[in-house]
Design a protein around this ligand. Structure first.
Ligand SMILES: Cc1ncc(COP(=O)(O)O)c(C=O)c1O
Length: 301
């Protein structure tokens, strides 16, 4: 396996060629998963909802009491610069902040110097495009989502092992994706995605134990614009079995249909009409540039 091809990466205020963009092996982000991140994307030359992503990033930082020296307004400029410097119109963009390094690599968050990284790659999707057209097969995993009593899923932290293990369980069962339940047994999310289902013309999405997804929020906004009623509430696994449609939402992939759950077809077994309607509206929204911030080379300072 090779590294991604050369690009320009922002590390602690400096832009470096990716092969020179290094951080310490003693970084607490690596040693303890002590850090947070956010993933955004650009399409048609616009970064989608950059301020909503940076507001969520700021909330994640605050929730883990991590203070970085860069104000969010400067970070915003750096995100646009990083995409511009890589010459990308369609991009997968990640902002990462870790507790950084301290005098000794011990589990002590005090006295650390934080690390801030921004990178942009040509757009990447979590799901295989060939599978997206026909629908993914999902497994409701035995691994539950970490509860908010332990680590609130609203924090977009560097602790994704819970989700990685769920995904491995799904792959081992011959499925494409995992669906996780929370510690009360309600459906919450998938690794890197929020979950929606459709019942009797209503779109339904779990209320709790989830990351507050920007794509989820967008799908709810589009549903309102399209006069599709929506419900934000507890969702039990029973509802996956009786749903007409199930789909996932993520910055990295947009809307992704699930056509089989635990071996049973969802509805007709094909991506459904409401999924298709919302996907068309989501694509049109990207093309329109609404909620978009233009990637201007002028931003390079
Ligand atoms: C755990 C988790 N849930 C949901 C999502 C979807 O959120 P968004 O639509 O903001 O990408 C993500 C995406 O990054 C995630 O990591």
């Amino acid at each position: 396996v090779t590294e991604p091809v050369r690009s320009v990466v922002y590390v602690n205020g400096k832009y470096r060629p990716s092969e020179e963009a290094t951080i310490s092996v003693f970084d607490h982000g690596l040693l303890y998963g002590d850090g947070v991140f956010d993933t955004m994307f650009a399409s048609y030359g616009y970064i989608f909802k950059i301020d909503q992503h940076l507001a969520r990033f700021a909330r994640s930082l605050r929730a883990i009491r991590l203070e970085i020296p860069t104000p969010i307004a400067d970070l915003r400029r750096a995100v646009i610069d990083t995409v511009a410097r890589n010459g990308l119109n369609n991009a997968y963009i990640k902002v990462v902040a870790t507790r950084g390094i301290s005098a000794e690599p011990l589990l002590d968050p005090r006295g650390c110097t934080p690390t801030v990284i921004i990178f942009a790659r040509p757009y990447l999707s979590l799901a295989d495009p060939a599978k997206v057209s026909t629908g993914l097969h999902a497994k409701v995993t035995s691994i539950r989502r970490v509860g908010m009593q332990a680590l609130d899923p609203r924090i977009k932290s560097l602790n994704y092992l819970n989700l990685v293990l769920a995904r491995m369980e799904a792959y081992a069962a011959g499925c494409d994706e995992a669906l996780l339940l929370d510690d009360h047994g309600y459906v919450c999310e998938a690794p890197g995605y929020n979950v929606f289902l459709v019942r009797e013309g209503h779109v339904v999405t779990p209320a709790y134990s989830i990351l507050e997804g920007i794509t989820r929020e967008t799908v709810l906004e589009l549903s309102a614009e399209l006069d599709i009623p929506s419900e934000i509430r507890a969702v039990s696994p029973y509802e996956l079995a009786v749903a007409d449609e199930v789909f996932l939402t993520s910055t990295a992939g947009g809307l992704v249909p699930i056509t089989r759950v635990d071996g049973q077809a969802v509805g007709s077994g094909k991506p459904g009409p409401i999924f298709s309607q919302l996907t068309r509206a989501y694509d049109a929204l990207q093309e329109s540039g609404r909620f978009g911030t233009q990637i201007t080379r002028a931003a390079i300072g």
